[in-house]
Design a protein around this ligand. Structure first.
Ligand SMILES: Cc1cc2nc3c(=O)[nH]c(=O)nc-3n(C[C@H](O)[C@H](O)[C@H](O)COP(=O)(O)OP(=O)(O)OC[C@H]3O[C@@H](n4cnc5c(N)ncnc54)[C@H](O)[C@@H]3O)c2cc1C
Length: 468
């Protein structure tokens, strides 16, 4: 836990905000659109990430374009212009930026010997100035995942040539981590997190989650009127007041939990946790429905499957019995080994899977509080295949190995007018004022198809109701 004293940032062999400069060359529409060495959107995300890192760590930045003043080419892509708006651009006619006098002077003026270089294309506008800079005694660091060429071969050949001349390859994430170096350097942590959060990927999602997300503990009440939200953010409990109504949209698992912690739910169940009831709604957390899926029949291909499209384009909806009104089986094909815990040992690296899912289940589960502590996850009693009719239907689908969730939990705060209903047709929660629910929990029964699109429709419908 004890970090060494910060090294002299100017003499440090690693990149620091004080010993390096950033060069950004020719991210103009023509160049970006002719990149074939990587996904273009990823390239844009990465170069914007590099530029943002440069700004966040206050690196000297030399930004250059080619042929804008001659009218032969357009200014840099807007995503980049937004980040670098207030910086001058050194426009050139020379493909090799190093042969442009103003550009070379701007690099010299930074006073830095370590040059972090990005340019399009790798084989021309990056390679030429990189080789010249190395020759002139600079250290060159190429952000390899923020540069691209007109083909994979051209890109790699160019990177090899730079490397053979002594250039070093880095990546965007490496650059940002190298500039930050230590979480203990607290003054740059917010900027570091902001830049990393903007780069698509799971690390960014996690960081954004950790730094920005607030967790709703419960809703606040005055009598039976919902007045706002109590939430926890960065270890601090806060409250906000709603000017009109509160819309709860925490999903089929969390919505019942928040309702119960708000004192809305089954009286006896609430009493188990010492919570008094403001609205006795026995249906809160009941009626849980999901699509059980069997994982799976696997076929191993002779050669690895190339990744393409969404890998799950073939779907079949079928009836397990001819007398049914609607299909109750969804036979799902996916170009990956799709397995349950039980079938995982048979998973091969690459496979086609065929997995039947039950989409009109009769079984009903429920959600329960584990404790009155809002930080504690609720218990999920999915009760999959508890009803023998479900098992029989799935057997029609195939020999069963192990059923798992298709990740479609729904119906735990259902709309309706019977004793188990939680919301009315206007999505208002019974027994309290100023509270509506809009998520998968309000479905009375699970949809036959996947659940995401119906959830969008629920949201759209709520918007119409609120606007009316
Ligand atoms: C791995 C996976 C794959 C899926 N694939 C598909 C698919 O291919 N097609 C399809 O149609 N459906 C798919 N689904 C299902 C689909 O995503 C859900 O049905 C849908 O998102 C449900 O919407 P919702 O609004 O009810 O809940 P959610 O989308 O779960 O939204 C609830 C939100 O509330 C937040 N939240 C919960 N509790 C709290 C709290 N206490 N405080 C603050 N925030 C809170 C959550 O973080 C979340 O952002 C998939 C689901 C998963 C998990």
């Amino acid at each position: 836990m004890t970090s060494e004293t910060i090294r002299d940032p100017v003499k440090d062999q690693l990149l620091t905000p004080q010993n390096s400069a950033l060069l950004i060359i020719d991210y103009q529409p023509v160049q970006v659109n002719s990149i074939a060495s990587m996904d273009r959107q990823k390239l844009i995300d990465n170069i914007v990430g590099v530029a943002k890192a440069g700004r966040a760590f206050t690196l000297p930045i030399v930004h250059s374009t080619v042929n804008v003043k001659t009218g032969l080419n357009k200014p840099p892509i807007p995503h980049l212009r937004k980040v670098l708006a207030d910086l001058p651009t050194f426009d050139r006619t020379s493909i090799n930026a190093w042969e442009d006098i103003e550009f070379a002077e701007a690099v010299t003026a930074t006073g830095r010997k370590k040059l972090i270089m990005t340019a399009l294309w790798t084989e021309a506008c990056l390679t030429f100035p990189a080789l010249d800079a190395l020759q002139a005694g600079y250290e060159v660091y190429v952000v390899a995942d923020a540069v691209g060429g007109t083909s994979v071969e051209a890109h790699h050949a160019a990177l090899r040539r730079i490397e053979q001349a002594g250039g070093k390859m880095i990546s965007l994430m490496q650059l940002i981590c190298e500039l930050q170096r230590d979480w203990g350097r607290k003054e740059t942590v917010p900027a570091f997190v902001k830049v990393v959060s903007g780069i698509p990927g799971t690390f960014a999602i996690q960081l954004a989650y950790d730094s920005d997300m607030a967790t709703v503990n419960r809703l606040t009440l005055e009598g039976s009127t919902v007045t706002g939200v109590e939430f926890e953010w960065r270890d601090e409990v806060r409250k906000i007041k709603a000017s009109n109504e509160v819309v709860l949209s925490a999903g089929a698992i969390q919505t019942p939990k928040v309702l119960i912690l708000t004192r809305i739910g089954d009286r006896t169940e609430l009493a188990r946790f010492g919570i008094s009831t403001v609205s006795h709604l026995p249906g809160v957390g009941q009626n849980f429905q999901d699509h059980p899926i069997i994982g799976s029949a696997l076929w191993e291909p002779h050669e690895p499957l190339a990744a393409r499209a969404n890998a799950a384009e073939a779907n079949l909806f079928a009836k397990s019995r001819p007398d049914l009104n609607t299909p109750d089986l969804h036979i799902w094909h996916v170009e990956a080994p799709y397995v349950s815990e039980a079938t995982a040992p048979y998973a091969m690296g690459t496979a086609w899977s065929i997995s039947p899912a039950l989409v009109r289940p009769e079984s009903r589960g429920f959600i329960k509080l584990k404790s009155a502590d809002p930080r504690e996850a609720p218990e999920i009693h999915a009760n999959m295949l508890a009803d023998p009719r479900d098992l029989a239907a799935l057997r029609e689908g195939m020999e069963i190995n192990g059923a798992m969730s298709m990740h479609h939990p729904t119906c735990t705060a259902k709309m309706g007018q019977d004793d188990l209903s939680v919301v009315d047709a206007q999505l208002r929660v019974y027994g309290v004022k100023n509270l509506r629910i809009a998520d998968a929990s309000i479905m009375p029964t699970i949809t036959t198809g996947n659940t995401q699109a119906p959830c969008v429709i629920i949201g759209e419908r709520l918007a119409e109701i609120l606007k009316a």
